[in-house]
Design a protein around this ligand. Structure first.
Ligand SMILES: [Zn+2]
Length: 349
């Protein structure tokens, strides 16, 4: 499977939290030949299995959803008010190109508009724009035209930007958090379909992480894993003006291994296991600066009787913006590390 094509296809799918249908359908088709079982649960998680029924269950998790917005109100003149979904920096919104999905599933392009600087007072120009000052313009002239397009309160939307390669071995896309994790899971399923593992491998493509780890909670309840590995895109902040102690992870330094974030204190034996495997296989890795961010691991590790859970992330600059940047070497090393962890999973406990 061509990894760049895989990342491109996954990043460009529409998949706002709660509206992950298109991403799920794409993944379902991509992994159909690799897995023995596949189901979509009530919330919309796509749960896939290789070797069901073994005595040891390893769960992989990556979230399909991306941050976006929901139309909250249609103005008489056809402009759309909206409410953010997920952890936005509202300063990022103005002038972004977006798409809004109609009731029938058609995509309508648009732009997030604001009052132009030419007519703002000096005082107004000093203030950051708030979401309530903004609106989506899909080119409509009236509320009736919007209704005719199948758009109204409740219609989901998100940023619309193509995937692109940058420089030498880097890539930029709108939803690499966490489609880069989804891509790692798809590649893992391909690998273990040819190299059958001595355990039940369950890959969960979860919904609604960005609004509170909701899909992972019900998925872990059903899967009842012995061990779980969450694969994420995490904050790469090796950029000008950010000191080392505030930089959760750096591009090009390999997968970031979490010790603790706001959602989990990772069991030290899991951290030690990941480090041991990375060192033994000479896969570069970096510790993620503790206590920044949170992932699906927050819910998975407290499911049922508790689950030994690790978190491995591909560093991703400008996360939660239209143009996240990843290093393709980090992606490849993350995939290699996750495969090695699965191959040796019985050595953890
Ligand atoms: Zn994420």
């Amino acid at each position: 499977m061509d990894k760049v094509e895989l990342l491109k296809n996954l990043s460009e799918q529409f998949g706002v939290s709660g509206f992950e249908g298109e991403v799920r359908e794409w993944i379902r088709k991509a992994v159909g030949d690799f897995v023995d079982e596949m189901e979509t649960d009530t919330l919309g998680n796509l749960i896939t299995r290789i070797n069901p029924g073994k005595d040891f269950v390893l769960m992989l998790d990556a979230h399909m959803d991306e941050i976006g917005f929901m139309i909250s109100y249609v103005e008489e003149n056809g402009f759309l008010r909206f409410a953010p979904i997920g952890g936005w920096d509202a300063r990022v919104f103005p002038a972004q190109q977006v798409e809004v999905r109609s009731r029938e599933g058609r995509m309508h392009r648009g732009v997030i508009g604001a009052s132009p600087p030419h007519i703002q007072t000096a005082e107004e120009q000093k203030q950051a724009l708030k979401t309530e000052d903004l609106f989506v313009d899909v080119g409509a002239r009236s509320k009736e035209e919007i209704t005719g397009l199948g758009i109204g309160p409740g219609s989901p939307g998100t940023l619309h930007y193509p995937f692109q390669l940058l420089g030498k071995g880097r890539a930029m896309g709108k939803a690499l958090d966490d489609r880069v994790g989804c891509a790692v899971l798809v590649c893992c399923l391909e690998y273990f379909s040819r190299n059958r593992p001595d355990l039940t491998l369950v890959a969960n493509f979860s919904v609604c992480e960005e609004v509170g780890l909701r899909g992972a909670k019900t998925a872990a309840y059903q899967i009842k894993p012995d061990v779980a590995i969450v694969v994420e895109g995490t904050v790469g902040a090796d950029t000008p003006g950010i000191p080392g102690h505030k930089c959760p992870a750096r591009l090009g330094s390999g997968p970031a291994v979490s010790v603790a974030d706001k959602s989990i204190i990772v069991n030290p034996c899991m951290v030690a296991f990941i480090e041991r495997v990375a060192e033994a296989t000479k896969i570069p890795w970096q510790p993620k600066v503790p206590l920044t961010g949170g992932t699906d691991a927050g819910e998975i590790h407290i499911a049922g009787k508790g689950v030994l859970t690790g978190v491995i992330s591909v560093p991703c600059r400008y996360i939660h913006s239209p143009s996240s940047v990843v290093d393709l070497g980090d992606f490849t090393h993350t995939l290699s590390l996750v495969i090695e962890l699965i191959r040796r999973a019985r050595e953890i406990a």
